[in-house]
Design a protein around this ligand. Structure first.
Ligand code: 5AD
Ligand code: SF4
Ligand code: FES
Length: 361
């Protein structure tokens, strides 16, 4: 048996195994890795994709992450905040379209007005969907009391990417007042309150090594996450990291590949969690999300934001689906998933088996 086969057949991967797998480059080895990850996915989470319709309801952000296109200091972005009626309209569409759950994402704000508004929207979404639509929030760092209020109002999952589990790398990507430890504490609080917790990282960041990425996978396991949302870093032209990877056209393929390897290894290592095939994969390759599903992901987050706002919500360049609407994306994804021979879990929350197992009486 060669070394790769031996590693792929191990029950538990070590840090060195993870580093080995993330370093693979030749096509035959990568195919074996993806194949094994796909088998693991089918075994633990079936051949079923769950949709989380995402509404990116505001690009107003109080923070200044160096990599992000809607960072506060990017004056070229026209800021918007959808009205409550527009957000509810989107939620209604998701519900009627059989999307079992919804993600509400926006730039980060901790002000009282925002906290109250989100609370009200959560209550209203639950009301109009007969309590049936699951709601995931992706609204960044907040005070524990805010997380508690939003949980009580009906949110049951929260996505907060740690971005990188390496504190020095984190510091190199954020201004000094963006605090890694506070972010980490938020993840702990979310779990304590009872949310299903998702985290993730950006992949292929300037200064990031394979060892950092291996530690990111260990971080996710050690923190017992239920969901993973991670994707390749894609430079945005109006940010301090615009040129940080040199000529990005030449890097697209390796960024995509690294993103797929991370999904595959995360599937092999964490087994029964939900893993998203993120939109960032698709901006690198026309079929990037399908490749993500084939490498072990089982979640897709179709954009259901009103088309008129999509242009202003670009965290990275070349974001797909800017001119399409929710109905076009729904049909498009349905066709794409059918080509893979997978089914779509309509009208189901699709909680990760990992979460369900932990919460069994
Ligand atoms: N490339 C890829 N992902 C990005 N994000 C922000 N900026 C970029 C970028 N340039 C991701 C971050 C954040 C999520 C909402 O979007 O990981 O947590
Ligand atoms: Fe704001 Fe999130 Fe972008 Fe950072 S990554 S600037 S917190 S929207
Ligand atoms: Fe939006 Fe394909 S998912 S057009």
């Amino acid at each position: 048996m060669n070394e790769l086969t031996e590693i792929l057949n191990r029950k538990e991967l070590s840090r060195n195994d993870i580093i080995y797998l993330l370093s693979l480059e030749d096509k035959a080895s990568l195919d074996s890795l993806y194949k094994k990850a796909y088998e693991t996915k089918v075994k633990y989470v079936e051949k079923k994709v769950f949709f989380r319709g995402i509404i990116e309801f505001s690009n107003i952000c109080a923070k200044n992450c160096y990599y992000c296109g809607i960072r506060k200091d990017n004056k070229k972005v026209k800021r918007f905040m959808m009205t409550e009626a527009e957000i509810l309209e989107g939620a209604k569409w998701a519900y009627q379209s059989g999307y079992g759950s919804l993600v509400l994402q926006a730039g980060e704000r901790m002000d009282e007005h925002f906290v109250d508004l989100v609370e009200k929207i959560l209550i209203d979404i639950k009301r109009i969907s007969d309590n049936k639509l699951g709601i995931t929030l992706s609204l960044g760092e907040q005070m524990p009391e805010t997380y508690r209020r939003w949980f009580a109002a009906g949110a049951h999952r929260y996505l907060l990417r740690i971005e990188t589990s390496n504190i020095e790398l984190y510091r190199s990507l954020h201004p000094a007042d963006h605090d890694f430890n506070f972010r980490f504490e938020c993840i702990r609080q979310l779990r304590k309150i009872g949310y299903q917790v998702g985290t993730g990282v950006m992949i292929g960041l300037p200064g990031q090594t394979i060892e950092h990425l291996a530690d990111d996978i260990l971080f996710m396991k050690n923190n017992d996450v239920d969901m993973i949302g991670m994707g390749p870093f894609i430079p945005h032209k109006d940010t301090p990291l615009a040129d940080s990877l040199g000529n990005f056209e030449e890097k697209k393929q390796s960024q995509l590949e690294l993103g797929l390897k991370m999904i595959a290894v995360a599937r092999l290592f964490l087994k029964d969690v939900n893993i998203a095939a993120t939109t960032a994969l698709q901006s690198l390759n026309r079929v990037g999300r399908e490749l993500g599903l084939q490498a072990g992901a089982n979640i897709i987050m179709p954009n259901i934001t009103d088309t008129k706002y999509r242009d202003a919500y670009q965290l990275y360049d070349n974001k797909p689906c800017l001119d399409e609407n929710s109905t076009i994306c729904k049909q498009c994804l349905k066709n794409r998933i059918a080509t893979l021979g997978e089914t779509i879990g309509y009208n189901e929350w699709g909680d990760s088996p990992h979460f369900l197992e932990k919460n069994k009486c």
